[in-house]
Ligand binder design. Sequence first.
Ligand code: PAF
Length: 278
Amino acid sequence: MILRTLADLRAQVAAWKRAGESVGVVPTMGALHQGHLSLVSAAKQACDRVIVTIFVNPRQFNSPEDLANYPRTEIEDARKLAPLAVDVVYVPDGAQMYPEGFATTVSVGGLTDVLCGANRPGHFDGVATVVTKLFTQTQADRAYFGEKDYQQVQVVTRLARDLDLPIAVVACPTIREEDGLAMSSRNLLLSDRARVYAPELHRAMKELAQGLIAGKDPTLLHMQAKARLDRAGFTKVEYLDLRACDDLSLLETPDRPARLLAAAWLAGVRLIDNIAVG
Ligand code: PAF
């Protein structure tokens, strides 16, 4: 069932809650791929009812061009969701989410100063604000996010904890194409040629991670990874950082649970990825 208004959503959720049913939510911006569908499967396994939300949130885009180019594939999305029999697909419009006079921003400090937060000013305020709204609108017990957006998962987990929202944030593993490219809605923007070279990001990261685990010189490893990306046609590496899993502080070597995170531009498309190290 597709619902477009908050009133309809609330009525449906209230009926489920009266019946004592648990609710899971999978927040998305559409352009659904196997990664999103894996979140839906995880939600279906743990919750009586599942809501998928589709809303291309203007507040998390720091460039109007990026917002305009973001893939919108509503009919395809509905076709992909059909076999999964989700209970509700919630597709609010801009006026529903941000009615006239809307003046509140949810902002998570610290964690958002680095990585995508540093490179996309305002991005995480937009994410935190819309996610808080989606959590309260759906009154879900559990929310499912992909680890591909590692920093986003940290931010959302932190805001749920800080604001005492009665929801469990569940992180699910990144789903990859056969050649290693992390699935992302933005992959649809890659030209055929760029698509061939895009998996080099994951390969360079794996090589760097293996070198770090083997105790090789981090500076040299970073230089080699950047040279590899350069050869593959990546025009800009925004970050290629080893960071602590818990607080995202920068590490030189993986001497505590660590994650290698990257954002890089290929033929005008910004790709991100992250892998566990050790
Ligand atoms: O990951 C996304 O698609 C978006 O950032 C989210 C969580 C749906 C919020 O708009």
